[in-house]
Design a binder for this molecule. Structure first.
Ligand code: NAI
Length: 643
């Protein structure tokens, strides 16, 4: 049964029951419409309460239906019927009312909710705008100022704010059905939504500027604003028609397909089927070994998520530096307005420092982020293996080293795992999870649970050099270098990738990270007798150009300014190694680089290092700046391969 009917005297209570999120799929809409007609004709019924079974009211439309033409009755059909009903409908909300769920609630004549509910229109996250009246009815109910952030800027309203702006008629106490029935028995007068006066071009232009700035090349947020404006200028009926047309047009775009792909990819990645029913270990106190670039960010990420953190360094001065870095992360967040100074202080108070490893004995989890050096990492874990509780999870953040070597010989290998964070760790969403052959399922389940608590996107990786992400990075870098040697100017390669949607191109990225580390690695390999050919990057470092930190690398930089400027010097330095007269159109440059990523991705899949192509896309989008609206390299090449 997708919708059930119960009678409480003259009040009919309809309960949508379509687990897990009561999505408004075709059978649900059809059944609701049939019940609507039945109740309209039933003289014993004076009012209808609409609610959701389980954890929430309604999570939205059924996204899986978006790849097909809409089937009747559409959501707008159903909503038009309810809105014009002579009998009052009351939406009784708990948990969440999102997207089509909120639009359904907006069609009702009253809305009540339990405290702690969330109401929102997250359609833009899927490259869409609300398609069943959200852009029209919400502004008419709560005003433009309150509605725009919800419609076009991803704002979610909690029960209290929703009541404050008039989206809810009342916040009720549980049990919800009884309270909603009581409300329906003594209804206050209906508030009729009011047409919005046009606030004038300046209002729309400033909203457009704000929205454009925040939307990384996406088209939906601006289209949502435009839909609101069109309705304000032309009235409800025309506004609804225009909104639906825009919704259907956006639904068919590559951008929306890419965002849907990532939505499903993220959902699948967060809950691997093999871990169903396996409980994670409780984790409250986290030790982080090493307070450098990664360790300080990892400590901040855990602390931001509410864990108690102990940061360990090898000596007092290094500990002081590490703690200062963590503090600067909290302070910066307060300065930018994400948190307050009081919160920054409270967070810092929950980070304790320790010299050496003895202070970590009570931790539930220890994440190691010391130098990328096998002997040092092994020594750290030999000590931790003895010091920590037998059920404490021990994790390495290594980028390249085989974790089997790192943990070799440790007591309790079943509690060991790789947790690979990305820099800056308090910001980047990707967490590569690398189980070892001996890793206990509960420890693996804990890693996924930790990712959820940290707000990260987990992707499981098998063991290989660089795991999924850095292995693909190596391949795409090699492709960029091959193009460079063939005479494609590095500035053209960067510009093409920026044009595709990356915040920076591969050579700009190298300038930011510094060219010297990979240079030193190559020099070390040469010293071991490997015959590595001289690269353009080697020439730049030998000429003192290590990237932004030395004032120049592939580009020149003015002091205190990270804007890359074309460098005649760099071009001249690398000239002996690059052919002249090459050059490729931007689309071909992009195809070569994305193609290289996907080619390596296919090998990674074939080897079983990644479980799904969509996992590879998640790695690129959440760890390496791949533009979200393009869906990832596997998605791109997959779409191209289809006729
Ligand atoms: P880093 O050089 O900035 O920091 C390493 C820190 O470890 C230093 O502060 C050092 O004093 C400390 N340390 C060394 N031995 C120690 C010991 N026995 N006990 C306590 N602390 C000790 O290095 P970074 O960049 O933070 O890298 C750390 C690890 O994370 C490496 O394995 C690296 O491959 C990995 N990683 C690095 C990423 C990056 O973007 N930098 C990204 C992802 C992983």
């Amino acid at each position: 049964m997708t919708v059930t009917l119960h009678r409480h005297g003259p009040i009919a209570v309809l309960t949508i029951d379509n687990p897990p999120v009561n999505a408004l799929k075709t059978v649900v809409r059809a059944r609701l419409l049939a019940l609507f007609q039945e109740l309209a004709a039933d003289e014993a019924v004076t009012a209808i309460v609409l609610r959701g079974e389980g954890k929430l009211f309604v999570g939205g439309a059924d996204i899986a239906e978006f790849d097909r033409p809409p089937e009747a009755p559409t959501l707008p059909d159903l909503i038009a019927a309810i809105e014009s009903s002579a009998k009052p409908w009351i939406a009784a909300i708990h948990g969440q009312a999102l997207g089509g769920g909120l639009e359904l609630a907006l069609a009702c004549h009253y809305r009540v909710a339990l405290a702690g509910a969330t109401l929102g229109l997250p359609e833009v996250n899927l490259g869409l705008i609300p398609g069943a009246g959200g852009t029209q009815r919400l502004p008419r109910l709560i005003g433009l100022e309150a509605a725009l952030p919800v419609i076009a800027e991803r704002a979610m309203l909690g029960s209290a704010s929703a009541a404050a702006v008039g989206l809810l008629d009342q916040i009720v106490e549980g049990p919800l059905t009884e309270s909603a029935v009581a409300f329906a028995t003594a209804l206050p007068p209906r508030r009729s939504p009011s047409p919005q006066p046009d606030p004038g071009p300046a209002f729309w232009e400033s909203a457009a500027a704000r929205i454009t700035k925040a939307s990384k090349g996406e088209s939906a947020p601006l289209a949502a604003l435009q839909a609101v404006r069109h309705g304000v200028a032309n009235g409800l009926a025309e506004g609804l028609r225009h909104e639906r047309q825009t919704f259907l047009a956006l639904r068919a775009t590559e951008e929306a397909a890419a965002l849907r792909h990532l939505f499903f990819a993220e959902r699948a990645a967060a809950r691997p089927a093999v871990l169903r029913g396996i409980d994670p270990c409780p984790v409250a106190t986290v030790g982080v070994v090493g307070g450098g670039t990664m360790g300080s960010g990892i400590a901040a990420a855990f602390r931001n998520a509410g864990f108690a953190v102990i940061l360990s360094e090898r000596d007092a001065p290094a500990l002081e530096r590490g703690l200062a870095t963590v503090k600067s992360i909290f302070d910066a967040a307060a300065r930018r307005g994400g948190t307050t100074e009081a919160m920054a202080a409270e967070r810092m108070a929950g980070v304790t420092g320790a010299v050496g490893l003895n202070g970590l004995a009570a931790c539930d989890l220890v994440v190691e982020a010391v130098f990328e050096d096998l002997a040092i990492k092994r020594a750290v874990f030999a000590d931790l293996g003895r010091l920590c509780r037998a059920d404490a999870i021990l994790a390495t953040n290594t980028s390249y080293t085989d974790p089997r070597q790192i943990f070799d010989g440790i007591s309790g290998p079943d509690r060991c795992i790789g947790l690979h964070f990305f820099s800056p760790a308090q910001v980047m969403k990707l967490l590569e999870i690398i189980p070892l052959p001996d890793t206990e399922p509960t420890v693996l389940a804990s890693a996924f649970d930790l990712a959820r608590r940290l707000g990260k996107v987990p992707v499981q990786s098998g063991i290989c050099e660089g795991f999924i992400g850095n292995r693909i990075l190596k391949r795409s870098r090699a492709e960029a270098e091959a193009m460079l040697l063939a005479g494609v100017p590095h500035a053209d390669i960067d510009a093409a990738m920026r044009g595709f949607g990356y915040a920076m191109g591969p050579f700009e990225m190298q300038d930011m990270a510094g060219l010297d580390i990979s240079f030193m690695n190559r020099e070390a390999a040469r010293a071991r007798g490997e015959a590595l050919p001289e690269t353009p990057g080697d020439l730049l470092v030998r000429a003192g150009r290590k990237g932004q930190k030395s004032g120049g690398g592939w580009y020149d930089y003015a002091p205190g300014d990270r804007t890359p400027r074309p460098s005649a010097d760099a071009v001249q330095i690398i000239a002996p190694l690059v052919r002249s007269g090459g050059g490729l159109p931007p689309a071909q440059i992009v195809d070569r680089l994305i193609g290289a990523m996907a080619a390596e991705g296919r090998v990674i899949l074939a080897e079983g290092i990644a479980a799904a192509a969509s996992d590879i896309d998640l790695v690129q989008v959440h760890g390496y700046g791949f533009p979200r609206i393009k869906g990832g390299p596997m998605f791109q090449t997959d779409r191209k391969a289809k006729p």
